[in-house]
Every structure is written in C-alpha cells, then in structure tokens.
Write a protein that binds this ligand. Sequence first.
Ligand code: UD1
Ligand code: UDP
Length: 374
Amino acid sequence: MKKILTVFGTRPEAIKMCPLINEIKTRESMVVKVCVTAQHREMLDQVLKVFNIVPDYDLNIMRDRQDLFDITINILDGIKRVLIVEKPDIVLVHGDTSTAFATALACFYLQIPVGHVEAGLRTYNIYSPFPEEFNREVISIVSKYNFAPTELAKNNLLKEGRDANSIYVTGNTVIDAMKCTVDSNYTHPELEWVGEDKLIFITAHRRENLGKPMHSMFRAIRRVLDEHDDCKAIYPIHMNPAVREAAESELSGCDKIHLIEPIDVFDCHNFEARSFLCLTDSGGIQEECPSYGVPVLVMRDTTERPEGIEAGTLKLVGTEEEKIYRMFKKLLENEEEYQKMSRACNPYGDGNSSIRIADILEGKEYNPWRPLKA
Ligand code: UD1
Ligand code: UDP
C-alpha cells in the first residue's frame, strides 16, 4: 500500500488540497495521511470543516505577526519528526507558500519524493510575489512529480530543464473545489444588504503590498465607492493584523462597504459568483472569478496567472491610487469596457484534476484526454 502524506498550512492550499485528499481516500492502493502546519489557524480550520477533514498531525505553528524566519524554522523543526515517523512514499505539497517550501526542503534533506500540486506558475521576478516566486521555483528543483495546472505552466518547467517525464498537465484542483461549493439557490444576509446594487468583492493580503501600497489601494476603492450610488462592496478582511489596520484606517465609516470576518470557502465562491466586479491581490481569486465571467482588477504589478489576462477577464492595475481609481471607475461607468472583460473563461480544467493526480500517484497510465466524470 502506497503511503501519501499531504502537508499544507494556509487557506488557499487547503482549498486546493482537500478535494485531492478526499479523492485519494477512495483509492484502495493508497493510504493518505494529513499534516497541517497551521501556518494559518482560523482560516485553515474554516476550510477543513467545509471539506470534513481531520488532520493526523497539526504542527500548530502560527504566531501573531509571524515573519518568514518564524514560519520556516518552526515548520522545519516540526515536520522532521512527522516525516521520520510516517516514512511516506510520497509527500504532496501545494503551490508557493512557506509551508510548501519548508516541507519540500525537509523532504529533500531526508530524500523523500515530493509531488508538487500547482507546479510551474511563474512571474520570473523573484521579489514579486514575495516570497512566493522563490518558493515555487525551489520546490520545482526537488519535485519528482510536477502537477501543472495548464500547458503554459508545463512549458515554464520544460524551459527550466525539468524532466518532461515528471510533468503532468492536470488542470487546477480549485475547479474541483468549486464543483462542490457553487449553488444557484445560495443566499446570505450580506447579499441581501447589497440587494439590486452592484456587488464589488474585495480581498487583499500580499506581503509585498503591506504598508503604503495597501493604503493606496484602499484609498482608491473608497473614492470610487463614495462617487457611485449603485454599488456596494463586501470585503472579508484577511486576519493579518497589518492588513486589518490598513483596512480599518482607510475604509471604516464608509456606508458603501461592509468589512467582515473571513468567510468560509462555500460562502466565498458564492459571493464571487454573484459579484459585478472583484478587486484583489489574491492568487486563487484570479483563477475562480474568470469561471463566473466576473472581471477582476488585480492590484499587483505581476501575475503568475497570465491565462486570465490573455482571455481578457483579468487586468493588472498595480497598487498606485490613481491607476486603480481610474480603472475601477471606468468599469462602473463604461458598459462597453465592462462587457469586454465580463466573459466566462476557465483555462483550469474540468474539475477532475484530483482524479488525474490520484491516477498518476497510483501508477496508472497518464492520458490527459481520457474522459472523466461529467
Ligand atoms: C500566506 C502565504 C501566501 C498566501 C497567503 C494566503 C507565505 C509566505 N505566505 O500569507 O503565499 O497567499 O498565506 O492567505 O507562505 N493570521 C491569523 N489567523 C489566520 C491566518 C493568519 O491570525 O488564520 C494572521 C497571523 O497574525 C499571522 C499573519 O496573519 O502571523 C500572517 O500570516 P502568514 O501566513 O504569515 O502570511 P499570509 O499573508 O497569510
Ligand atoms: N477565500 C475564502 N474566504 C475569504 C477570502 C478568500 O474562502 O474570506 C478563498 C478564495 O475563494 C480562494 C482562496 O481563499 O479560494 C484565496 O486565498 P488567499 O487570497 O488568502 O490566498 P492566495 O490565493 O492569494 O494564495
């Protein structure tokens, strides 16, 4: 029996790993163990609850205002024991967080094979996003299995000299997750507050945006909201205290915006699906909103998800106040501009990525065109 150990620690990793864990559980030739680092605490637990997953190990490392040293040191310290006790055949990590990086490093030290889910995303700017671009490039060096969501991600890995036999295009497991969250009958008191107005959905948290850029982003948003009577914004604030301080100082007291606690993934996907427009610096939301045809203004200078930019549903607007103000205002006032961006596009697969990855882990022949569940 092949033993798979999955290790993750933050909200987005959990959202994209839980469907895969639940798929592996259905396979008779594999056993799956779950270790959470709890780099996030409350925001991770929200996801585990939705997907009904109880971890076998919980390193519980989160500290208030942790820095990159705290996270990396505490994970390396905790994961070593788990790896030595469990002796997994393969360790699965996801994406580009410090949890994924530190776990891959620990596996390298112990010479345990790594499978990288969502491999091959790149901006090729090591400082943007920071430290995620470094994390994912390093994980690719040590991974035995690279599960790339798109052909573009696969080509990045090939350009870097990664073994073609280690790369599988599987789609993104976020689409698997969306299959069990989006509900056409969904209602929520916050959506009732928005009523017939346009819903603007906002999130922000990137480390490189903390401080001045984040204040500029929020000032731009507030100016536009103050000038438009037909829209209301919902912003579930990330639990990072530095984000909260910026959001509260720039946005509190504005009756057009509700600053709320992080919502669970079920609520989040349904809020996104009903939005008119999203403003975010999140990675995952850039993958989700295009599926619903919801335009996204990406408040970052770079993106590792060019698929949505090419399709026209995402626009990079940076973090300067004037540029965000102009672009946001334009999409509210210019129907033609809005329609150009508002088209459904899903470059991330058919929602069967977990099945493909589980097949590959079981050693079944890899055939990306094999028809799967509808
Ligand atoms: C991390 C990831 C980032 C990912 C993001 C998803 C790294 C370096 N960064 O960044 O790639 O996009 O998660 O959201 O791996 N906090 C809580 N409760 C929680 C979660 C966070 O209180 O449930 C607070 C804590 O004070 C914590 C701080 O937020 O110290 C920052 O968390 P951290 O994981 O260091 O950084 P993120 O910005 O969340
Ligand atoms: N999300 C959520 N609740 C929220 C905000 C976001 O469940 O209040 C989900 C969102 O749907 C997406 C993921 O969290 O799947 C994105 O996480 P985040 O923006 O924290 O990280 P990133 O994707 O930038 O790494």
